[in-house]
Design a protein around this ligand. Structure first.
Ligand SMILES: [Zn+2]
Length: 240
C-alpha cells in the first residue's frame, strides 16, 4: 500500500474541519488511478478508507452539520422505482453503507455546491446522520430491510428529479455478471406490488436506465439481441 495516498493520522486531523470533504475527490481519484494498475492494492486501500470513516462516524468524530438544507422538502409523489445492487459482497452493513455513500455521494456533491456549508443529509437516526441512498435493501436471507422512509429522498439515481419521485430498492450483493435468484426477484416483486401499487410497469427502472454511466444493477438486467434480461423476469412476476 502506498501510505502517501491515505494517511490515517492526517485524516484524523482533516475530519475535524467541516470542509474536510474538499479533499475527498482528490483522494478517491488517487484510488481510481491505483485501481487501473493494481486492483488488489486499490481495493485494500478503499477498504481502509471506508473502515476509517465507518469508525469515525460511529465515534462522532467526522465534522458534519447539525442542521442544513432540508432536502426532503423536495419530495414528490412516488411514481417511480429504481433497482440497484450494492456491487459489494453480500452482507453489507448499514454502517458501512453510510460511510461509503458519505464519500461517494455527499462529499463530492457538497464540494461542488456554491453554498459552503457542512454536510447535512436530512436523514437522522438516533440523533445521528445517515447517508443511505436506498429505501430498501434486499437481503440474501429473503427479507427486505427498510432503510430510508418513503418521505425521505434517496441520493441514488444520479438524477435529482428521479430521486425526488422514486423509491430505491437495492440488492445486497454484486450482480454485475449474475442474475439474482428467483427468491430475490420475488421479494422485490412482492414489495413493489404490496407497497407501491400506484407505480406503473413503464416507471420501473434499473439504475443504468436513468444514468447510462453505470451498469448497476447488472450487465444482465436489460434485454440484448442475444438474451433476455432479468428485468423482464421481474416485471413478469409483478404483472402476470
Ligand atoms: Zn445503483
Amino acid at each position: 500500500m502506498t501510505p502517501e495516498i491515505f494517511n490515517r493520522a492526517e485524516w484524523e486531523k482533516k475530519i475535524e474541519n467541516p470542509f474536510w470533504y474538499d479533499d475527498v475527490t482528490q483522494l478517491m481519484e488517487a484510488v481510481t488511478i491505483l485501481h487501473s494498475h493494481n486492483k488488489v492494492e486499490a481495493n485494500k486501500l478503499k477498504d481502509a478508507i471506508y473502515s476509517f470513516f465507518e469508525e469515525k462516524l460511529r465515534e462522532g468524530k467526522v465534522s458534519l452539520g447539525t442542521d442544513g438544507k432540508k432536502w426532503n422538502l423536495e419530495r414528490k409523489p412516488i411514481d417511480t422505482i429504481v433497482i440497484h445492487h450494492t456491487s459489494n459482497p453480500e452482507g453489507l452493513s448499514k454502517d458501512r453503507l453510510s460511510a461509503i455513500e458519505l464519500l461517494r455521494l455527499y462529499a463530492p456533491a457538497y464540494a461542488k455546491r456554491t453554498k459552503r456549508e457542512p454536510i447535512y443529509s436530512d436523514h437522522i437516526r438516533d440523533g445521528k446522520q445517515v447517508f443511505w441512498p436506498y429505501h430498501w435493501m434486499i437481503r440474501a436471507d429473503g427479507t427486505s430491510e427498510r432503510l430510508l422512509d418513503d418521505d425521505e429522498i434517496g441520493w441514488q439515481a444520479g438524477n435529482w428529479d428521479i430521486n425526488c419521485r422514486s423509491i430505491a430498492i437495492c440488492i445486497d450483493d454484486d450482480h454485475q455478471y449474475s442474475v439474482p435468484d428467483k427468491k430475490e426477484l420475488k421479494i422485490i416483486a412482492d414489495l413493489i406490488r404490496s407497497q407501491y401499487s400506484q407505480v406503473s410497469k413503464d416507471r420501473i427502472f434499473g439504475h443504468c436506465e436513468i444514468n447510462p454511466k453505470t451498469t448497476c444493477p447488472s450487465e444482465l438486467f436489460l434485454n440484448t439481441a442475444e438474451r433476455h434480461g432479468w428485468k423482464e423476469d421481474l416485471l413478469e412476476m409483478m404483472f402476470r
